[in-house]
Ligand binder design. Structure first.
Ligand code: DX5
Ligand code: ZN
Length: 220
């Protein structure tokens, strides 16, 4: 497992041009991305539909980078085998979804993949604390999930990042703290200052005039 204090930049392909998805994945890799973030939406857990396991299989051959898969779906337990089969490298599920959270997390690990747990801006940190010793990554959503291009919700989410960071360190745990939504060259520093190390960014990277430059700025 990589060091939980190392900054990891994960472009979200939600903001890429899906008409040339293979090229867009390679563009992120060539621009210095660490992970590729895949946002799966089912039109039920969130108000948008994106893609499913077949899309993951389609992008898999285009990169050796970690496919960091974020399941915004109501029944992650039901579809887990399909995403594992498709070639995801890490899988994150939501605490608000309809499943036995502890069981889903352990099934992800049993498949040999690091597991992540996500929480929405309105969900208190208390909901995820009981799982802190069972996760490899905590995803603190910094927008209401569903769409790219929204504004970073600093006041609602940064106290949770900070508290998670402090608790993790106090308990000697090792999970990554990931932020997702509205991350750009400015907000990345706010998130990092509160303890986040994995930075997901769609719009600010894929729509940048120069992705290499944008990733470099986000890293420093
Ligand atoms: C939000 C998704 C995000 C989204 C981030 O529903 O989970 O990953 O793609 O997009 P930006 O960076 O455009 O806010
Ligand atoms: Zn995401």
């Amino acid at each position: 497992m990589s060091d939980c204090n190392t900054r990891i930049i994960a472009p979200s392909v939600l903001a890429s041009d899906w008409g040339k998805i293979g090229k867009e994945i390679r563009r992120a890799e060539d621009s210095g991305a660490d992970w590729i973030h895949l946002d799966v939406m089912d039109g039920h857990f969130v108000e948008n539909i994106s893609f499913g396991p077949q899309f993951v299989s389609a992008v898999r051959p285009h990169t050796g980078l970690t496919l960091d898969t974020h399941l915004m779906i109501t029944r992650p337990d039901k579809y887990l085998p399909m995403f594992i089969e498709a070639g995801c490298d890490r899988i994150t599920v939501h605490v608000e979804a309809e499943h036995d959270v502890a069981e889903t997390l352990s099934r992800i690990r049993e498949a040999g993949l690091p597991c992540g747990l996500a929480l929405n801006p309105a969900t208190p940190l208390d909901e995820v604390k009981p799982f802190f010793d069972q996760i490899d990554l905590l995803l603190v959503m910094t927008v209401v999930p569903g769409f790219g291009g929204q504004s970073f919700m600093e006041d609602e989410t940064m106290p949770k990042v900070e508290e998670a960071f402090e608790l993790r360190n106090a308990e000697g745990l090792e999970f990554h703290i990931e932020v997702d939504g509205g991350i750009d060259h400015r907000t990345v520093e706010i998130a990092a200052a509160h303890g986040a190390n994995v930075m997901v960014a769609g719009t600010s990277l894929y729509k940048a005039p120069n992705m290499t430059e944008a990733i470099r700025t986000m890293r420093s």
